[in-house]
Design a protein around this ligand. Structure first.
Ligand SMILES: NC(=O)c1ccc[n+]([C@@H]2O[C@H](COP(=O)([O-])OP(=O)(O)OC[C@H]3O[C@@H](n4cnc5c(N)ncnc54)[C@H](OP(=O)(O)O)[C@@H]3O)[C@@H](O)[C@H]2O)c1
Length: 260
């Protein structure tokens, strides 16, 4: 009997690395992807955990990159898709390099939903499958000094609920994992280490991944990891957007780490 197969994107570090490790421990074989060579080192860890692991090193912001990943699946039945790859970008929108801002949208939205479109069709045809999308509580608030990023997560959070409703009764479940600030390479990569949120105490990526994986295996619709984030996202739902934008400024403004 071949083992179930999971695709995990962004599995070279942070939350994705832990999600893939949990899937390996849980008896899945893996097809993992990231856009830098660290993915090969991560794959060794997954193999030590017993997972037959196939690696794709590609930019998932591009159609070609996603096509490479799908081609590596080689028509094998996909039991779980953990569409987690994503990155942020700090600083004021008008101060950002527009190509970098576009890359955030093409990674977090276009590339992500293109992969869901490819894998989701196979799962629907088979009448079985689990999809986990890594959204964020950031999707609940305007992202002053991370405006594009928070917008992409608002898209993913919303998209997850809609797709879940569309697939109700199909045998395919869609779960949205919404973490808060988590200790990964995210803030360094987004050039936000000089911000309050960049310097704040953050959640453990292994805890966040466990919460997400277990919610996916239960077939839950969505999960916010960590009680602090649950309170923050609940408050965000009843707080005027202008006030949320001001709160986000205090957390994400460049140099805010040194301000009271
Ligand atoms: N950390 C947080 O506070 C936080 C909070 C809420 C949601 N999230 C979300 O959690 C997910 C994982 O991020 P993380 O915090 O674990 O950060 P991370 O440590 O930087 O991991 C990001 C992963 O995504 C991959 N990736 C990014 N852009 C890619 C691209 N264009 N093509 C292929 N792979 C790409 C990275 O691969 P390379 O390293 O090879 O580039 C890496 O494996 C993201 O969707 C992020 O938005 C994070």
């Amino acid at each position: 009997m071949s083992k179930p197969l999971a695709i995990v994107t962004g599995a070279s570090s942070g939350i994705g690395l832990e999600l893939a490790a949990i899937c390996a421990e849980d008896g899945f074989d893996l097809l993992v992807a990231a856009d830098r060579s660290e993915i090969h080192t991560a794959a060794e860890r997954f193999r030590r955990l017993g997972a037959e692991t196939t690696v794709v090193e590609a930019d998932l912001a591009t159609k070609d990159g996603v096509d490479q990943l799908w081609a590596k699946a080689a028509g094998r039945p996909i039991d779980a898709l953990l569409a987690n790859a994503g990155h942020g970008l700090g600083h004021g929108f008008l101060d950002q390099d527009f190509d970098e801002a576009r890359h955030v949208i093409e990674t977090n939205i276009t590339g992500t939903i293109y992969l869901v479109h490819l894998v989701g069709r196979q799962m629907r045809a088979r009448g079985t499958g689990r999809i986990l999308l890594t959204g964020s509580i950031a999707g609940f608030m305007p992202g002053t000094y991370q405006a594009v990023y928070n917008g992409t997560k608002a898209f993913i959070d919303s998209f997850s609920f809609a797709l879940r409703a569309e697939l109700d009764g199909s045998g395919v479940t869609v779960t949205c994992l919404m973490p808060g600030a988590t200790e990964t390479e995210f803030f360094e990569r987004a050039d936000m280490l000089d911000t309050k949120v960049g310097q704040s105490d953050k959640d453990d990526p292994a805890m966040v991944a466990r919460v997400g994986h277990d919610a996916m295996m239960r077939g839950d619709g969505d999960v916010v990891s960590g009680w602090r984030n649950k309170i923050q996202s609940a408050l965000a739902n009843v707080t005027p957007a202008g006030m949320l934008a001001e709160q986000h400024r205090k957390m994400a403004e460049p140099g805010s780490a040194d301000r009271k």
